[in-house]
Design a protein around this ligand. Structure first.
Ligand code: NAD
Ligand code: MG
Length: 407
């Protein structure tokens, strides 16, 4: 199947790490993709430069003030991009009928509403914003299935798992429809790889004194600040465990987290005949982005193929849940069910922001999440967006109170 029209792409979170990798891939294929809309939080200057370069139909800023500043700048340089703001603006550029593909690359809970709207509108959704799925799990997957959205994982591990699945599953044009068909395909386990982060070998005592500067300095991947801290606490792997659980409808007992410091194998799938299928590549997000954009075709991403002779060796270890309790809390939250993963995600976002602001220590992040999970009212009913947003807001209030108690 070859693509016969230029696809219109809305890029949520255009100024971020995933945003700029996506633009890099798209710049290589002007015959296949056109940028319809870009969005960002409040970085007017960066958005101005992106509008000049890409001339999108729309640009959306989070707040009205940044939007009017951007609009004035664009008018004075005769750029015809229409500037919108807030949730209404995001919904407009996701739902427009001209839009074929939505890249969900806003960080954190702020991405939930537009990402869910993209699934509701039946778009091709490139999911980088794992927090949206962690918060809304079943609602998100049901919405994508009901509306025939094509849900493509961008997270490198989940994209690798998708690539390791048999064609007979992925030909359904959506990872959504992989669910429930695995047994027939002989799939037994998912091996979710993790680099282990910058503190993989550090003692618990030494972790106590970790600074934000150290935590955002990841050994293998160049990423936004929040996901870099999540990688250092192993919360990122916990969020990815929850992400894999929902995306591939896999029992949590059949997903193993494997610490693999070289970040060369991006994940694996094991089969009942003894086969272990892996996806390998240089650690560069342009590979999974290009795969998710073009699938079932392949397009150039700008990433050099892995030189297998440069890979001296591949190491594998079990994760240490004592030193990295965030991963343990993710297992526990999945078992609790209902709104527990929504609460966990909210508590983590608040705690990571406080850590980056130097209000709490590195090890306090897990303590605060555990306290919030214990204090929050974990509801069973997470079938509505309103219910999920309420659980998220309540959890944030609890975590903030717990932070005040630390001081
Ligand atoms: P980033 O911090 O570099 O960029 C975040 C983007 O979201 C920016 O464009 C920012 O303007 C926008 N944004 C932030 N807050 C917002 C708000 N309140 N409203 C609207 N827009 C807002 O983050 P990133 O590293 O690009 O990560 C983006 C998402 O992709 C995260 O969910 C992350 O977990 C996921 N992801 C990232 C990587 C990676 O390599 N960076 C890998 C896998 C998954
Ligand atoms: Mg990942």
């Amino acid at each position: 199947m070859s693509q016969d029209k230029v696809l219109q792409v809305t890029l949520l979170g255009a100024t971020g790490s995933i945003g700029s990798s996506t633009l890099d891939v798209i710049s290589r294929h002007p015959d296949r993709y056109q940028i319809y809309a870009i969005t960002a939080n409040n970085s007017v200057e960066e958005m101005n430069a992106l509008c000049e370069r890409w001339q999108p139909r729309y640009a959306v800023m989070n707040d009205a003030c940044s939007a009017s500043e951007l609009s004035d700048n664009l008018q004075s340089s005769n750029i015809l991009t229409t500037v919108l703001s807030g949730e209404a603006g995001l919904l407009r550029v996701v739902e427009d009928t001209e839009v074929d593909c939505v890249v969900a690359a806003i960080v954190g809970a702020a991405g939930l509403v537009p990402t869910l709207a993209a699934a509701t509108a039946g778009k091709r959704v490139l999911l980088a914003n794992k927090e949206a799925l962690v918060m809304s799990g079943k609602l998100f997957m049901d919405t994508a299935t009901e509306n025939n959205a094509i849900l493509m994982p961008v997270d490198s591990e989940h994209n690798a798992i998708f690539q390791c699945m048999p064609d007979s599953l992925t030909e359904h044009h959506s990872s959504v429809k992989i669910a429930n068909q695995q047994a027939r395909s002989g799939i037994e386990r998912i091996l979710l790889t993790a680099s282990g982060g910058p503190f993989r070998t550090w003692s618990a005592d030494r972790l106590h004194d970790v600074t934000p500067e150290q935590a955002v300095n990841h050994p293998n991947w160049d990423m936004g600040k929040k996901i870099s801290v999540d990688s250092a606490t192993l919360m990122n792997k916990g969020l990815e465990l929850i992400e894999a659980y929902w995306l591939f409808d896999m029992d949590i007992a059949n997903i193993d987290v494997v610490i693999h410091p070289q970040s060369v194998i991006h994940s694996m799938v094991t089969y009942n005949d003894g086969s272990v299928v892996a996806q390998l590549g240089n650690p560069d997000m342009r590979t999974p982005i290009a795969h998710a954009l073009a699938w079932p075709e392949r397009i150039a991403s700008g990433v050099e193929p892995l030189n297998i002779f440069d890979v001296a060796k591949l190491d594998f270890e079990k994760p240490d849940l004592e030193r990295f309790p965030c991963l343990r809390l993710c297992y526990e939250a999945i078992k609790m069910g209902g709104s527990a993963t929504t609460v966990l995600n909210a508590a983590n976002e608040v705690a990571v922001a406080a850590f980056l602001d130097k209000k709490i220590g590195f090890n306090d992040i897990a303590v605060l999440i555990e306290q919030t999970l214990n204090k929050a009212n974990i509801t069973k009913d997470v079938s509505s967006l309103e219910g999920i947003l309420k659980a998220d807001a309540e959890a944030r209030t609890i975590t903030n109170k717990c932070i005040s108690a630390i001081h």
